[in-house]
Design a protein around this ligand. Structure first.
Ligand code: SF4
Ligand code: SF4
Length: 251
């Protein structure tokens, strides 16, 4: 795409070139501490849910019952999942208090990334093309700090690499060619499987162990660790939803 054809970004959004540095830091001493944990729409990825289980000690099913909202709007291929906000007049995150985030070590990718935005798209085969922007919102005082870093530094400092890696593994499913061409419209049963395998991993494990007949396949070996089970779930969905696999196998 010619740069002249690129959509104009709002003034508060700054596109970052590869290696470009920016000044930013966030810590309990900033005057806006936890401001970004309120009045927000917090989308959850499958890996976010997997990690929030560890941060809360809740099963994926309990997390859904207590803290996760499912939404599927007209035109959506798959449902989307969001963290519930508290009705305290400020729409605060359920996990924030005056000391900060109660699940900090397992906070979702969107929280780790802010104020960095990342777009990742599949190119040829398994290649992922990414670009980054900075969201310079008025309430965020972190840009007044003097810590200089680039995207790679920031990604590493926030533990985002693993989150990005898992989120990119979803590309063969949610960016499948049949979806991009408008040729795939999941049935209710396929939507149920999507939710089960990606967002309710504890129930998914039980279904696999019990050889639930509603599952499209029963692998011989069920991975003991949940990270690998999530990748298996992605593969299982790709294999059962599409007539062809137009990309990588995640396992
Ligand atoms: S999960 Fe933690 S970091 Fe993310 S919005 Fe909630 S309190 Fe803030
Ligand atoms: S608004 Fe910015 S500086 Fe303030 S707590 Fe959030 S990320 Fe940190």
């Amino acid at each position: 795409m010619n740069h002249k054809d690129r959509p104009q970004l709002p003034e508060s959004v700054q596109r970052l070139a590869e290696g470009e540095t920016f000044c930013f830091a966030c810590h309990p001493g900033v005057p806006c501490f936890t401001e970004c944990c309120r009045l927000l729409e917090l989308p959850l990825t499958p890996y976010d849910v997997l990690r929030l289980r560890l941060g809360t000690g809740l099963s994926s099913t309990e997390l859904h019952n207590r803290y996760i909202i499912e939404e599927m709007l007209e035109g959506d291929v798959f449902p989307k999942y969001y963290l519930t906000m508290v009705d305290d007049g400020r729409a605060s995150c359920v996990f924030v208090d005056k000391n900060g985030c109660n699940v900090y070590g397992h906070r979702p990718a969107a929280c780790r990334a802010y104020p960095l935005g990342r777009a990742a798209m599949r190119a040829c085969g398994d290649r992922i093309v990414e670009y980054h922007v900075l969201l310079k919102e008025a309430h965020c005082q972190g840009f007044k700090e003097t810590t200089s870093q680039n995207v790679a530094d920031y990604t590493k400092s926030q533990g985002l690499d693993t989150y990005n890696e898992f989120n990119d593994k979803l590309a063969p499913l949610i960016q499948h060619r049949q979806i991009r061409q408008g040729l795939f419209h999941p049935t209710r049963e396929q939507i149920r499987l999507y939710r089960l395998a990606l967002y309710d991993i504890d129930t998914f494990r039980l279904c696999l162990e019990n050889k639930d007949p509603s599952l499209p396949a029963h692998p011989d070996n069920i991975p003991e660790d949940d990270d690998t089970l999530l990748l298996l779930g992605i593969d299982l969905l790709v294999d059962s939803f599409f007539t062809e696999n137009d990309g990588i196998n995640t396992l």
